[in-house]
Design a protein around this ligand. Sequence first.
Ligand code: SF4
Length: 355
Amino acid sequence: MVDLASLSREELRRWLAEGGRGANEGTVWTWLHRKGGRDPEALRHEGRLSAALLDRMRREGCVGRPAVAWEQRAADGTVKWLLSFADGARVESVFIPDGDRGTLCVSSQVGCALACRFCHTGTQRLSRNLTAGEIVGQVLLARDLLGDHALPAEMPRRLSNVVFMGMGEPLANYESVATAVRTISDRDGIAISRRRITVSTAGVVPAIGRCGRELGVNLGVSLHAPRDELRDRLVPVNRCYPLAELMKACCGYPGLSNSRRILFAYTLLEGVNDGLREARELVQLLDDLPAKVNLIPFNPWPGAPYRPTPPDGVRAFQLELLGAGIAATVRETRGGDIAAACGQLKTEAAARCVP
Ligand code: SF4
């Protein structure tokens, strides 16, 4: 059986063409991705495809979704899903509402090899890359669960933005991420503009320029330290691609402007990277680059070797950046009443033997 929703548009076109005449890839694509179609019978009723093709879709095709192994809902509306794929691999997706819109944070790998010290996912070894279909499946499932597929075409969807900031390093799984971005942004399907898609990297420098040229998405960088000696410890990929190389790649990222800035994530760890020294070094590092900084109060997980910076320390750090003219926001701690740190739900589920 072929999971039709997991195919790229070109793959779908070829698969349908193998079935002979009457193949209309645009109709099937829109049904799969815009309407969230699962049962080809709906297409028969619309009379849009030949009977032979519909029979083939039923016999040889299916439309899958990852299974929800566990769902947690926070008081602020944040929803976190632990998802299972056919081979038992599990990842997390998080929906963060903002008024009547919202952002889905998707995973790109099962575990992560980059082992950032403050990141809970970094404690889970890399099992495998997700396929493009498994990444798109997270978006389609979220739209199912949020009711987006049932809305009339002219109504805005709740799921308006996608960020690749879940489990895994997206640029270490570039081909799947690229195919997924093309599918998610296709105007006949899910149709989320690439201006509303952000791919975040811990610093896989060789793929940054390619990501900008080929995909045209927003770039996020998990920075977390403004000098090599500190970043080598917190974000070990820095030992391969030190800050000078990372910043050079950032400066060359296509399409940067004041209205299209790189988003630098900086997790504040008490007594580690949250002093005025680091704030000033960060100002120097980002000098002249269209950048915005998202300061993230550390979300502790059991056994974490760090503590969060107290609120007055967060504010002092932010003021130092703002004073130097750098846009700096403090990320609200969303979903504080659920296991909100990336990778934490998966560990909790294992501890509780969630099937
Ligand atoms: S922060 Fe990102 S790149 Fe680093 S270990 Fe966590 S998931 Fe991997």
